[in-house]
Design a binder for this molecule. Structure first.
Ligand SMILES: *Cc1c(COP(=O)(O)O)cnc(C)c1O
Length: 366
């Protein structure tokens, strides 16, 4: 039989939770309360506790989690916000939507996360915040970054869309800065069955503002205190997330197991994700690098193995960003040309991953 290994299958991924999810969704349907009800409230309490933060505010998606967090910080309009040059476009869009100027900082070629050594060169008197991304599920170099941000009085917003549960020095991502922004897009380690997001924070003022901003700037119906948004976490999605949150540790552990199979079996021709002591990664994505990326991807596809590219085009190359960034970003460019995401879904088996390893090792001999 021909090998067939999918990159991601959301139905199969969620299948173990179907019975519980259906019960939870039914409860919401029958309750007749569909917006900002008990499920959102309980999810916020449970997720804050899981992350280890004081507050959690549910929002509509990850992009809004970032945009509203930046708004809640009330930085001067047009502030410069430092952000990695190889992030997913959402991080950049959030900075723009919040009325600020994204300033791209190159990543480290080793960790693929923002290179703190490059931060001082990008600092101006307009720099007011750092928007970190714990890309692929691996925490940034928090010690050095926090030293820099506190030395210069910069706010820190963390994009944790790929890092649910990832830790640095045993502390979870999302709790280092003023706001930790999560996406629960269906493919994320904690994925809903539609769009969903949340912000965690220890800052009561930030949490308070976020509750207004997500709901038309209003806490009392028809009384608007801020120029807000409609970005509420959906009650049905919250009910689904409450079920899946109970299994998030298990999902993360399973992805770690699959990552370990790759680490143990892939030959040395590929650059594998960086691992370091004091960091626990959650492998939202398992990116390898090779100069023969495109050839390899086709070769694998011909043999029934699906892969993805996160991401084919860096933000500064996007049509939407023309005129915004004038510097060169050679490291981001190089990464985007060489990177390939291997299957590492909760729906993949150990045998799937062994097969992928065998094929990759065979390809490297050609
Ligand atoms: C998925 C993702 C987002 C956006 O999340 P949405 O819920 O799709 O809006 C933001 N940043 C990163 C790094 C992501 O991977």
């Amino acid at each position: 039989m021909m090998t067939k290994i999918e990159y991601e299958q959301l139905g199969r991924l969620n299948e173990p939770f179907f019975t519980e999810i259906k019960l939870a969704v039914n409860k919401v349907i029958e309750s007749g309360w569909y917006i900002l009800g008990r499920e959102v409230e309980l999810f916020e309490i449970e997720f804050a506790q899981w992350v280890g933060a004081k507050y959690c505010v549910g929002v509509a998606n990850g992009l809004d989690a970032l945009t509203l967090s930046l708004r809640a910080l009330e930085l001067p309009a047009g502030s410069e916000v430092l952000v990695p040059s190889n992030t997913y476009i959402a991080t950049i869009l959030a900075i723009l939507h919040a009325g600020h100027k994204p300033v791209l900082v190159e990543p480290s070629e080793k960790t693929l996360n923002i290179d703190w050594r490059q931060l001082p060169a990008k600092l101006t008197n307009k720099t007011k915040a750092l928007c970190l991304v714990h890309l692929y599920g691996s925490a940034c170099d928090m010690k050095e970054i926090l030293e820099f941000s506190s030395a210069h009085g910069l706010a820190v917003v963390e994009d944790c869309a790929q890092s649910h549960g990832a830790t640095y020095a045993n502390v979870q991502t999302g709790t280092f800065g003023q706001a930790g922004c999560f996406s629960f897009y269906p493919t994320k380690n904690l994925g809903a069955m539609g769009d969903a997001g949340a912000v965690v924070t220890d800052d009561e003022r930030v949490a308070h503002r976020l509750k207004y901003l997500r709901n038309y700037g209003s806490a009392v119906k028809y009384h608007n205190k801020f120029v807000g948004y409609n970005s509420r976490l959906d009650e049905i999605q919250a009910a689904i997330l409450r079920v899946k949150l109970k299994y998030l540790n298990q999902i993360n552990e399973y992805k770690n197991h699959l990552a370990n199979v790759y680490f143990a079996n892939l030959c040395e021709d590929y650059v594998l994700p960086h691992r370091s002591a004091g960091r626990h990664d959650v492998y939202h994505i398992f990116p390898i690098r090779t100069p023969r990326r495109d050839e390899l991807r086709t070769w694998l596809a011909d043999r029934g193995v699906k892969t993805e590219i996160h991401y084919p085009l860096p933000p500064h190359r996007q049509e939407a960003m023309v005129g915004l960034f004038n510097d060169d970003y050679p490291i981001a460019e190089k990464i985007h040309k060489q990177i390939l995401s291997l299957p590492i879904s909760f729906a993949n088996t150990t045998e799937d991953v062994m097969t992928v390893c065998r094929l990759l090792n065979e390809f490297s001999k050609n």
